[in-house]
Design a protein around this ligand. Structure first.
Ligand SMILES: Nc1ncnc2c1ncn2[C@@H]1O[C@H](COP(=O)(O)OP(=O)(O)OP(=O)(O)O)[C@@H](O)[C@H]1O
Ligand SMILES: [Mg+2]
Length: 150
């Protein structure tokens, strides 16, 4: 496991962008970390790396946002999830096959996800600084971690 350091939101966005450029259909990325840690900022970067320019919503009532870039980006935020059943209804395991699936607050749902995935743990280390621990499981996740420089 390795860790990345970010000195500000734009740096986090650039990290996400590098991941977005390297992403392939079927890739799964889990983002954990406290409120305001920078998970959605990172997803904005992924969208940019996939060639999608419009803003990514951080509204917590949006359970699943779809953004069509080079590949479809599926952005799930499970923070406001009331029951594990709700997450089953999202059928994230199926979705993850034909696009890039990015999940914020994965620990909130009883997720059925491919075992191979990249887990990024965001930690607030200062007003503008974040540490992002990188945990890759599987070949694709390792490739994404490499693209991040982690
Ligand atoms: N290095 C950094 N990387 C990312 N965001 C940063 C950084 N420094 C400061 N910030 C600020 O922290 C906030 C991160 O917000 P963001 O919505 O991305 O958090 P989140 O992890 O998605 O939270 P939530 O769990 O509520 O969805 C933004 O206001 C951003 O400007
Ligand atoms: Mg968020």
């Amino acid at each position: 496991m390795s860790a990345l350091e970010s000195g500000g939101p734009e740096e986090t966005r650039r990290l996400g962008e590098a991941l977005g450029r390297a992403a392939e259909a079927g890739d799964v990325v889990l983002l954990s970390g406290e409120l305001g840690a920078g998970k959605t900022v990172f997803v904005q970067g992924i969208a940019r790396g996939l060639g999608f320019e419009a803003p990514v919503s951080s509204k917590s009532f949006v359970l699943l946002g779809e953004y069509a870039g080079r590949l479809t980006l599926y952005h799930a935020d499970l923070y406001r999830l009331d029951s594990p059943e709700e997450v089953q209804e999202l059928a994230l395991d199926e979705i993850s096959r034909d696009g890039v699936l990015v999940v914020e607050w994965p620990e909130r749902g009883d997720l059925v996800l491919p075992e191979e995935r990249l887990l990024l743990r965001f930690e607030v280390t200062g007003l503008e600084t974040r540490r992002i621990a990188v945990e890759a499981t599987g070949k694709r996740a390792l490739a994404l971690a490499e693209a991040l420089g982690g």
